[in-house]
Design a binder for this molecule. Structure first.
Ligand code: FES
Length: 171
């Protein structure tokens, strides 16, 4: 896990896809497992994402070649399903609700606090690989507005001033 975090940190900081040979060998093992089995593209991509944390171009191309599938088809699948991601993600995904109920109760201020104190904008991953920030339209918990999810944890009735304190609990 620590190695993966280090790798993620380097990728986020350098913004360059550098995949060490030992990780490519593990990817080839995944490809070998599914080679020649029609319909196994999605499981292969899931395993690859588990390994790298995301699916950069280099990984997509290798999977396409290894499974004899066109790169455009692989790219189409990766971008169609929301559980695949082509950008590095942090260890914790913050899903901040900017829907009407949350917005009027302070989620805009929460966002401002995150941008100011963590330096993280919507759609970005923090430099330390800790957080990825997503804005959503509704989390289906409007009665708890303003609402923010961190990973699988739902935080509701948040005082915007407490936003960073909540996030500090996540390493
Ligand atoms: S608007 Fe935020 S949970 Fe519904």
């Amino acid at each position: 896990m620590k190695e993966r975090d280090e790798l993620l940190k380097r990728k986020v900081q350098s913004n360059v896809e550098v995949i060490p040979p030992e990780e490519l060998r593990k990817l080839d093992e995944i490809i070998d497992r599914y080679h020649g089995k029609p319909g196994y593209l999605i499981p292969a991509l899931k395993d690859a994402q588990e390994l790298f944390g995301y699916l950069p171009q280099e990984v997509q191309s290798r999977v396409a070649k290894g499974l004899n599938i066109s790169p455009s088809h692989v790219y189409g699948v990766v971008t169609f399903y929301s559980f695949f991601t082509i950008a590095p993600r942090g260890r914790h995904t913050i899903r901040l609700c900017l829907g009407t109920a949350c917005y009027v109760k302070g989620s805009r201020e929460m966002l401002d606090n995150i941008v100011r104190d963590i330096g993280l904008n919507v759609g970005e991953t923090s430099q330390d690989g800790r957080f990825t920030l997503e804005a959503v339209r509704c989390l289906g918990a409007c009665g708890l507005a303003p609402v923010m999810m961190v990973g699988n944890d739902t935080h509701g009735n948040i005082d915007p001033k407490d936003t960073i304190k909540i996030l500090e609990a996540y390493e």
